[in-house]
Design a protein around this ligand. Sequence first.
Ligand code: PLP
Length: 382
Amino acid sequence: MKYMDYAATTPPHPEVARTIADIMSLHYGNPSSLHILGEQSEQLLKKAREVCAGALQVRPAEIVFTSGATESNNAAIKGAALQFMNRGKHLITTEIEHPSVYECCKQLESLGWEVTYLPVDERGQVTPEQVCAAVRSDTVLVSVMHVNNEVGSIEPVEEIGRRLKQEHPRVLFHVDGVQGFGKVSLSLQDSGIDLYSLSAHKLRGPKGIGLLYIREGIKLLPLLAGGGQEAARRSGTENIPYIVGMAKALRLANEGQRELAERLRRLQAALIRGISDLPKLMLNSTPQGAPHIIHFSYPGMKAEAMLHMLEEEGFLVSTKSACSSKKSEPSRVLLAMGRSMEEASTGIRISLGEEHTEQDIEQFLAALRKAVARMEDLKGRG
Ligand code: PLP
């Protein structure tokens, strides 16, 4: 089986898996404990924070460990909304955010906040002008993802951040960086980004661990109150094995970014060529998007049937994003990009990673051609 669903999750790096297993059995102390085992865990935590900060080129004190990007996104948005509710109750985001941003905003709307959902163009992008034009005197936060998880569109977040800080310096800027880190370069320095979410399992790290970068000087209302861990920004006993595993995964992803992105770009180009040769398929990704995600629609056909045909041929892909693929509604992202209900209901996403080769892409395209021929044959027979 060839796993081509890296945007859903990635196979853990063997070095990361080994590190986690070692730490789990050897360094189980609570970093808040005063004895030697506690001290050892505290040292591991400190080192991991430094490594993560190094990978992001920020200060260690600006990193808060969380249970994943869903928590990071909620902590950033709700934390800012609640902290600054006396300043205003207006938020800005886009129509194509991951549910952990979108549903979080919907929840806040039900509690009395106002949210502007910016539309995107047919490639799935917003512009800095759109963002700045939507800012009001009561806006407290803007949240825009770096790379879209369904179609791979890259949002101009550095430009948005810079414009926002020039024109509206009091408005906080949050970026969901989950699908961009390790694939598309981004500098948190001088970009106006105040808050940035990451998840380890998209980067060959473990599931259930992530981080939120909080620019120095910014105070959010913590989602989790309790024992005051993470400098009282996120209470709960720290998950040392996973935090250390994530640090290793981030370091590896960072070191390999340029080479991986170049390789994926070549594979993506071959896939896009092959898909474009099949007139029944409609590409929703562009070669300007992130190099690891390729998405197409197959109007008139059930995406799930296509997925299982590809699975029979030995390829694991997905319909929409992993978290929404079990829901039968059309893709909110594709509808926002102006696709029809039919096109938005028949999407297939292929997402690539380190293990893939040119030969895999050739074999995948052969399987895709075969699956399309079978689907057309079935359709012909009514
Ligand atoms: N944001 C984006 C863009 C994602 O793709 C995902 C995962 O699918 C998340 C957030 C949520 O991450 P996690 O699984 O760590 O909660």
